[in-house]
Every structure is written in structure tokens, then in C-alpha cells.
Write a protein that binds this ligand. Structure first.
Ligand code: ATP
Ligand code: MG
Length: 524
């Protein structure tokens, strides 16, 4: 038979089969079709030795992207880039790196403990029921894993765990970190791009290392926390005067651990229920921050009244304005709400989380709020030491040593200046960036701060002497008034007694000797 004749015959056979199939679908009862479909599939799986697992992109009717799907997508990324011919590219980490994944209907091979498996990408297309000139198609993507049924145990256990774990790790490495803040009961976010690091943070090397070790140990202690039966979270309290690097340290923590930041504005939270909702909406691998906790909460558990806040807050009055405004919205978060937020049952819902409070006045806080176990580590950030200055000089001026360092060391020992103020002096002052100019500016600043401190101390002494004198004068005044009062009372008593004696004489015609004396005294 000639090839052309053969093709013609095959073509006519295919056409006949398709025609028969179309007729069958058209006229065969629906129930019968279902039976045929079911049993043909069963017969096929009986002779087909492979198992298939499908991972859909969207699960259930919640319309949420499946975490397993995205983990598999990340896991297959590197394999896809070497094996697949059609790839999809996505840009992550603020346009800094590209992530590849395979296009629909591509296949890649994988190997695990000597076992070969196959992953395929596909999609189901279903037409939606809307009446439209351009019909809208609904695409549901999936990954399909195929393996021999002999390997069922290994693949369903170890292999899938390995895929999910590695995929999630890649996801974390590639993700763009976010800075969230609450608006009502929702979180809004922007890309987190703070450049702070522990390296550039000005503080004593030993303390810095201790904090870094603590954080790194925490981030790898999942098994430890599970073993001791504690939620995998840790509380940090950062306290110290304004400008000592509390907020900077939070950014450095997030950069060190690759965590997101949830900056919680308590005054914008309506009540404890809303606070709990916000907590549940946070993700793991994150830092939940409440800045200036002393300004947000009254320690009795009630919200601070407007008037009291005006008296107690020593910060710039301009900074208080938004808080006072929001106070009028009657936020009802209580101290117990915060305590539950930090370590109640709900706080354990997502692991690997840090809770950080900052405050300028640690002594104002309720001990229950900052007890160990709730705020596990208390870190004091204080005025700039010489060691901290050296780090700033290295960062700002690229200086390891300078002849003016000795004077600066001396002055830093004698007066207090925050790292923020020191940093301001070290900012370039000339286009050439002359370091000496900056150091001289710092020395000038320190000398002025020292003089101001002396003047302030003198004024304080004077003021306390004045107050003491005032107090003494008041005391004397009081004593004098008391003596006068006693004198008056005595006089009143004696005139009352004389009055009584007179009345006695009138009534009885006589009186006893004492009273007679009083009457004669009065007559005189
Ligand atoms: N320890 C430090 N190391 C490096 N820079 C610092 C340090 N402390 C402060 N700074 C600099 O000072 C600025 C203010 O610091 P930061 O905002 O961290 O202070 P803060 O303690 O959070 O103050 P506040 O209590 O007012 O919120 C930062 O921009 C940072 O550049
Ligand atoms: Mg701050």
C-alpha cells in the first residue's frame, strides 16, 4: 500500500471514530456516559503503574492561593530554568532579582533518594456562564506530580515535606519585605527598605553581639520552643532617651532576620476585639512593634484622658497632636487587651515572631506588661559612649583614629549626648567632606552641652534652695496662724464661762467662787 493511500485510510478511520464519539455523546443517556467514563478510568489505573497528585493554585471556595502551590513553584524554579523550554519570569526584591518558573504544559524531572519523578504544569480552562461578546475564560492552574506506585510511601512522606520546606525557604529568600501599619482593623503595607544594620549601629561591641546572638538563636530555635511547649515568640523592651537608636535597632533586627515589620499604632485601634483581629492577620517571621508604649496606654488599664496626657508627656507637644485627635475617637484598648495580645492564647497562632515595645520612660510602665516571659529581654539604649562614637566616626567619616578623638573621649566622659546628636555633628559640613570640621563641630557641641549641664545644675540648686525657702516660709506662716487660732479659742472659752456664771447668778441668786471671780473680772 502506498503511503498516501495509508494516510487516507487512517484519516477516514479517525474521522469515523470521532463521528461515532460525537454521536455517542449526543444520544447516549447522561447516566450511561458517566458509568462508561468511571469504569474506563478504573480500568486504565489498573494497568497504569503510576500515581498522580494534582496541586491546584486555588483551593476550596475561599479563593485563596494555595501555599503548597506557591512552595512547589519556588521549589521547581531552579529545575525549570535548566530543563524547561518555555519559562515565565517574575521580578522580585524591588526589581533586584528574577525568579523563573515553567510555562503551562511544560515538564521537569526531579530525583529524590535515587527515585525519579516528573512534575508537569497545566491548567483547566472553563468558560464562565456570563453573556458577553468576548467570552471570559476561567483558568485554573495546577502542578501534577507523577511517580511509580512502588514509591508511594517515600513520596507522600519525605519527598513532599522536602519540597514544601525547600520551596518555603526559597520563598522567604526571594520575598520583598514589608512594613505594615494598621488603619482601622486592617494592615496596609509599603516595601520595607530601611538600610539600618547592626554593623552600623553605634553601641558597645559586646552588647551588640549579645543582642545579635539572642536574635539568631531565637530564629533557629523552632524545635526548642516546640520541645519546651512554648509559643515560638520573644518579647523585647527597648528603652532610653529620645534619639538613642531604638527605632534604628528595630530596623536592624528586621534586616538581620529577614522579617517583616508590623508597626502597630495603638491609638488607632478601636477596642480589644479589633486588636485581636489585627494580631491574627499578621504573618509569621515578623516583628510586631508598639512604639512609645507609655504614651499609648494608661497603666490602670484605662485609656489616658486628654488632660492627663497633656501633663505627663514630656515629648514635643507637636508630636502629641495626632494622639489627642485620635483620643476623641474613644479608643478602648485596655491594658489586659495588650497583655493578651502579647502572650494570650491568640498570640501563639503564628510562630516565629518578635514583639518589641519602645519607651522613653520605662519606670512609667506597669510591671505586668514588661515582666520576664512577656518582655523577655530588656535593652537599655543610652547616651553615646566613646566606643559608640568610634562606630559613628567610622560610618560617617571613615575614620579609625584622629588627634581630636582624645578630646572627644574626655568630653563624652563628662557630659551626655545622644547618638542622634553626635551623628548630626558628623554629617558632612563641607563639599570636600573634611572630617576635622565635623569633629570640631562635635567638640563645640559637647563643650556647649557640658556648660549647659553645669548651668542647669546650678539653676537646679538655686531652684531647690528657693523652693526650700518657700517651704520654710509657708511652714512658719502656718505655725503663726495656728498660734493665733489657739489664742482666739482660749478667749472664746473664757467669755463663754463668764456668760455661764452670769446666768447662774440670775437663776439662783448666788454663784460659786470661781464664777464670781470671772464676773468681777468681766465687770472691771
Ligand atoms: N545607636 C545609634 N547608632 C546609629 N545611629 C543612631 C543611633 N541612635 C540614633 N541614631 C541616629 O539618630 C536618628 C534617630 O534615632 P532613632 O529614631 O532610632 O531614635 P529613637 O531612640 O527611636 O528615638 P525616639 O525615642 O524619639 O523614637 C537615626 O536616624 C539614627 O541615624
Ligand atoms: Mg523611635
Amino acid at each position: 500500500m502506498k503511503p498516501t493511500e495509508m494516510f487516507a485510510q487512517v484519516g477516514s478511520v479517525i474521522a469515523s471514530v470521532m463521528f461515532a464519539w460525537a454521536m455517542f455523546k449526543q444520544y447516549c443517556p447522561y447516566k450511561l456516559q458517566e458509568y462508561i467514563d468511571k469504569y474506563s478510568k478504573r480500568a486504565f489505573t489498573f494497568i497504569y503503574p503510576y500515581i498522580q497528585i494534582t496541586f491546584n493554585e486555588f483551593t476550596g471556595d475561599r479563593f485563596m492561593r494555595s501555599e503548597a502551590y506557591s512552595a512547589i513553584e519556588n521549589y521547581l524554579g531552579s529545575r525549570s530554568s535548566t530543563q524547561a523550554k518555555r519559562l515565565k519570569a517574575d521580578v522580585v526584591k524591588n526589581n533586584q532579582s528574577i525568579v523563573l518558573s515553567m510555562e503551562d504544559y511544560e515538564e521537569v524531572d526531579d530525583e529524590f533518594q535515587g527515585v525519579k519523578l516528573k512534575w508537569a504544569a497545566g491548567k483547566h480552562i472553563s468558560k464562565t456562564q456570563t453573556v458577553s461578546y468576548y467570552p471570559v475564560t476561567d483558568e485554573k492552574r495546577y502542578y501534577r506530580l507523577t511517580f511509580h506506585k512502588r514509591q508511594r510511601q517515600l513520596i507522600l512522606g519525605d519527598y513532599l515535606n522536602h519540597v514544601l520546606k525547600e520551596g518555603n525557604e526559597i520563598k522567604v529568600r526571594n520575598r520583598q519585605r514589608k512594613l505594615y501599619t494598621n488603619s482601622g482593623s486592617y494592615w496596609r503595607h509599603v516595601v520595607f527598605q530601611h538600610p539600618a544594620s547592626f554593623e552600623s549601629l553605634a553601641m558597645e561591641a559586646e552588647r551588640k553581639q549579645e543582642i545579635m546572638d539572642d536574635l539568631l538563636v531565637f530564629s533557629t530555635a523552632e524545635e526548642f520552643y516546640a520541645r519546651i511547649g512554648r509559643a515560638w515568640k520573644r518579647g523585647y523592651l527597648l528603652f532610653g532617651p529620645p534619639g538613642t537608636g531604638k527605632s534604628t535597632m528595630i530596623a536592624a533586627m528586621a534586616n538581620l532576620l529577614n522579617y517583616d515589620i508590623y508597626d502597630l499604632e495603638l491609638t488607632a485601634v478601636k477596642d480589644n476585639t479589633e486588636l485581636r483581629k489585627l494580631l491574627i492577620d499578621t504573618t509569621s517571621r515578623s516583628i510586631i512593634v508598639i512604639e512609645d508604649i507609655d504614651c499609648s496606654l494608661d497603666l490602670t488599664g484605662q485609656r489616658r484622658k486628654k488632660k492627663e496626657e497633656g501633663e505627663g508627656d514630656e515629648k514635643d507637644p507637636k508630636l502629641k497632636l495626632p494622639k489627642e485627635e485620635s483620643e476623641t475617637k474613644q479608643s478602648q484598648v485596655t491594658l489586659s487587651g495588650i497583655l493578651n495580645f502579647v502572650d494570650g492564647l491568640w498570640s501563639a497562632c503564628k510562630g516565629e515572631r518578635l514583639v518589641v515595645f519602645t519607651t522613653n520612660f520605662v519606670e512609667k510602665l506597669d510591671p505586668a506588661l514588661i515582666r520576664k516571659g512577656r518582655m523577655d529581654k530588656h535593652i537599655e539604649l543610652s547616651y553615646c559612649s566613646f566606643e559608640a562614637f568610634q562606630i559613628l566616626a567610622k560610618n560617617y567619616l571613615k575614620l579609625e583614629s584622629h588627634h581630636l578623638f582624645a578630646r572627644i573621649q574626655e568630653l563624652l566622659g563628662e557630659t551626655k549626648m545622644t547618638p542622634a546628636e553626635v551623628a548630626e555633628h558628623l554629617m558632612p559640613k563641607t563639599i570636600s567632606g573634611d572630617a576635622t570640621v565635623c569633629l570640631e563641630s562635635l567638640i563645640g557641641g559637647l563643650e556647649k552641652a557640658k556648660e549647659d549641664a553645669i548651668l542647669k545644675a546650678e539653676e537646679e540648686v538655686k531652684e531647690s534652695a528657693r523652693l526650700k525657702a518657700e517651704e520654710e516660709a509657708k511652714e512658719k506662716e502656718k505655725e503663726k496662724a495656728k498660734a493665733e487660732e489657739e489664742e482666739k479659742a482660749k478667749e472664746k472659752d473664757s467669755s463663754k464661762a463668764a456668760e455661764n456664771a452670769k446666768n447662774q447668778v440670775k437663776e439662783n441668786g448666788f454663784c460659786d467662787n470661781g464664777n464670781a471671780e470671772l464676773i468681777s473680772k468681766e465687770k472691771k
